[in-house]
Design a protein around this ligand. Structure first.
Ligand SMILES: O=C1O[C@H](COP(=O)(O)O)[C@@H](O)[C@H](O)[C@H]1O
Length: 237
């Protein structure tokens, strides 16, 4: 039986530090139980704040970073190192400072990668790399329109099957993206939807109200779905 829990904290800074603390604890727990942890990172503004907060947490020293597998929920399909890539932002915020095993950092392919600008092939490559994923924690930002990862409301690609999918004509730039599919997101043990600020209040309220036209409303974990919000993002629930 999966549970949904809504946690509201005062502001974006407290949100970032509390999500970071929760993430560190979850990784420690997963490593104690399974010997490894599989974590899915998200892009976006609050995600970068969370990663920067992890860097400041003394408890993160309890993590064996060489046994952490990092995945991404979505990626802007841009050349490697592009500042708008979610990977680039995560590396700058935290990953470059960690003793990670590079083979366990599963960035989504770039548009100058092995498949060139063929997003379908890049998504297929990522699907193969993920195999049958066993994600312990999958974090998602929530867009003003209720999108999660690169699954946009009303966009036909949001319904695509596959582990990772190519998304074309995204309403938010850049137009080409790679995303985990909704089914893959829903296979994670815990899904955390993290949102801060008044711009998110309408979509968060609608998703929590059960508006199934919003991918955010359909992003649930098999064991637990956590909505981690600041008061501004939670204002219309
Ligand atoms: O483009 C994207 O946007 C969403 C939300 O970002 P935010 O800055 O409004 O929090 C993000 O979750 C997604 O990973 C990213 O590709």
């Amino acid at each position: 039986m999966s549970e949904t829990v809504v946690v509201v904290v005062p502001d974006a800074d407290v949100l970032a530090s509390s999500v970071a603390a929760r993430l560190v604890t979850s990784i420690i727990d997963a490593q104690a139980v399974r010997g490894r942890a599989d974590v899915v990172l998200t892009g976006g503004r609050v995600a970068a704040k969370v990663l920067r907060a992890v860097k400041e947490l003394p408890a993160s020293a309890a993590i064996d970073w060489s046994r952490v597998d990092l995945w991404w929920g979505d990626e802007r399909f841009l050349p490697s190192g592009d500042p708008d890539r979610n990977e680039t932002q995560a590396r700058e915020a935290l990953l470059d400072a960690l003793p990670l095993d590079p083979a366990r950092v599963h960035a989504m392919p770039a548009s100058d990668g092995p498949d060139g600008d063929d997003a379908e092939a890049a998504a297929a490559r990522y699907s193969t790399e993920a195999g049958t994923p066993q994600f312990d924690v999958l974090m998602l930002g929530v867009g003003e329109d209720g999108h999660v990862a690169s699954l946009f409301p009303g966009h036909p690609d949001a319904e695509k099957a596959g582990t990772a999918i190519a998304v074309h004509n995204s309403p938010k730039p850049p137009p080409t993206r790679i995303s985990l599919s909704l089914a893959t997101i829903r296979s994670a043990k815990e899904v955390w939807l993290v949102a801060a600020g008044p711009d998110k209040a309408v979509s968060v309220g609608a998703a929590l109200g059960g508006d199934q036209s919003l991918p955010a409303a359909r992003a649930t974990g098999t064991s637990r779905t956590l909505w981690l919000l600041d008061t501004a993002a939670a204002a219309k629930r």
